[in-house]
Design a protein around this ligand. Structure first.
Ligand SMILES: Cc1cc2nc3c(=O)[nH]c(=O)nc-3n(C[C@H](O)[C@H](O)[C@H](O)COP(=O)(O)OP(=O)(O)OC[C@H]3O[C@@H](n4cnc5c(N)ncnc54)[C@H](O)[C@@H]3O)c2cc1C
Length: 400
């Protein structure tokens, strides 16, 4: 069964797909169809309860927060709709070496020094997605196809089509793939995905810290891997620990006390004693890129276009940046050329340049901090810390 042709159809209602649908509707005034096979449940708006699997926590850059505000989410407390969930942090300390950070092996970014209110915020992804979902569901210009899956894709001269597994057909002038790292749209169009594993696993869980959380994010590089402590509140951190596969597997098998001891040793007590508060979730880490992110009548955004190592916490920020750039390029071009490959190519080139720089940068940091160059990398951190202009450039890039 087919319905009227809309200007854009987005496959995937994850955080990036939802933001993309909302921005295309708001900036371009388009009617948009959104297809999502696993809609968020009501309970996903709430924080992970004690003992339950941890929710993925994300660090949002100020640039990403601005795009989310444009989608209709204003900064506020978790739970309310349509508020932008998140806990702001104003300091970030990155270091490499034995023990806690020290001058010479660390770099500290400080919001006050940079003249901004916050360096970013940390939010659970589930309530963020839930709030965006509610906005899309309430939006007259967005038709949500929920609980059904993109089965196949056809592109004709004047229109593209999604065939859904419930038998419905969605026709649109522009098809957007926001359906994640295993994108069906990407594979249906025969676009290769060049991916490489790091031989590392990301362990994600939450840990309580008394009252020493608050406004500082910490990141420690060591021979073993990278530990990020992202403040979720005054008393809780989200832990993202990237480790060689074997060591990650050993840590996953530890009991609470064993894990606590390893965590506190790795964190060098910078945030007081950390007590794991949720079970561990784990993810294989890969870096990958679609061979093409646009063509006649289609564009790829978010993890459908690329995946990056989580060490810099930039995956979602990059995806939201894609949604912002695609909707900007489309709104600048006007409606005569919707789906035109030349217009979409402008979007793809802009994002490829930025995404590749970011991805390569993250890859290089990972290689340098964990390989033979590690001692030099620690020195470089200390050196950059003493060079305010370079430090500012780095910080401004990360805040985009
Ligand atoms: C361990 C780890 C830690 C991370 N930490 C951070 C961080 O701190 N900061 C950060 O910015 N990023 C982080 N990331 C990355 C971030 O989580 C992702 O970039 C982000 O979730 C990707 O969003 P997305 O919407 O592109 O894809 P997804 O979240 O994968 O969404 C894709 C959506 O498409 C739907 N879908 C898929 N196939 C179909 C189909 N055929 N039909 C219909 N629907 C379909 C899925 O159900 C899903 O809802 C981390 C990633 C990992 C692995």
């Amino acid at each position: 069964m087919s319905s009227a042709v809309v200007q854009a159809a987005v496959a995937g209602g994850g955080t990036v797909g939802l933001a993309c649908a909302l921005l295309l509707n708001r900036r371009c005034g388009w009617d948009v169809a959104l297809v999502e096979r696993s809609p968020p449940r009501k309970a996903e708006g709430k924080r992970g309860a004690e003992g339950k699997a941890p929710q993925r926590a994300l660090s949002l850059s100020p640039g990403a927060a601005e795009l989310l505000a444009e989608c209709g989410l204003q900064p506020g407390n978790e739970g309310g709709t349509p508020s932008l969930p998140g806990h702001a942090f104003s300091r970030m300390v990155v270091w490499r070496g034995e023990g806690p950070p020290a001058p010479g092996n660390s770099i500290t970014f400080d919001a006050a020094e940079l003249g901004v209110k916050a360096l970013g915020s940390v939010a659970h992804e589930a309530p963020l997605r839930r709030s965006l979902w509610d906005l899309a569901d309430d939006c007259a210009g967005i038709r949500v196809y929920s609980g059904t899956e993109l089965a196949s894709v056809r592109i004709k001269e004047d229109c593209g089509y999604f065939d859904l597994d419930n038998g419905e057909e969605v026709a649109a002038e522009l098809l957007v793939g926001a359906d994640g790292a295993q994108s069906k749209l990407r594979s249906a169009l025969g676009i290769e995905f060049h991916a490489r594993g790091y031989g590392q696993t990301g362990l994600v869980f939450e840990a309580d810290c008394g009252e020493r959380g608050g406004d500082t994010a910490w990141q420690r590089f060591s021979d073993d891997g990278t530990l990020a402590l992202l403040p979720l509140s005054e008393s809780r951190f989200s832990i993202v620990w990237s480790l060689p596969d074997e060591r990650a597997e050993r840590l996953r098998q530890l009991d609470g006390e064993g894990l606590m001891a390893e965590l506190n040793e790795a964190g060098a007590s910078v945030a007081g004693e950390l007590t794991p508060a949720t079970p561990i979730a784990s993810f294989p880490l890969r870096r990958g890129r679609a061979a093409r992110a646009s063509g006649e009548r289609y564009a790829l955004v978010g993890e459908a276009a690329r995946t990056v190592h989580p060490l810099a916490g930039q995956g979602l920020n990059l995806g939201l940046g894609d949604a912002g750039a695609l909707s900007r390029v489309c709104s600048e071009q006007g409606d005569a050329l919707i789906g035109d490959a030349r217009v979409l190519d402008r979007f793809a080139r802009e994002r490829a340049r930025y995404g590749e720089e970011m991805s390569l940068g993250i890859h290089a940091i990972n290689a340098a901090f964990e390989g033979a160059l590690a001692p030099l990398a620690a020195l470089a951190l200390g050196a950059v810390d003493r060079l305010p202009p370079l430090k500012r450039v780095l910080a401004e890039r990360a805040m985009r």
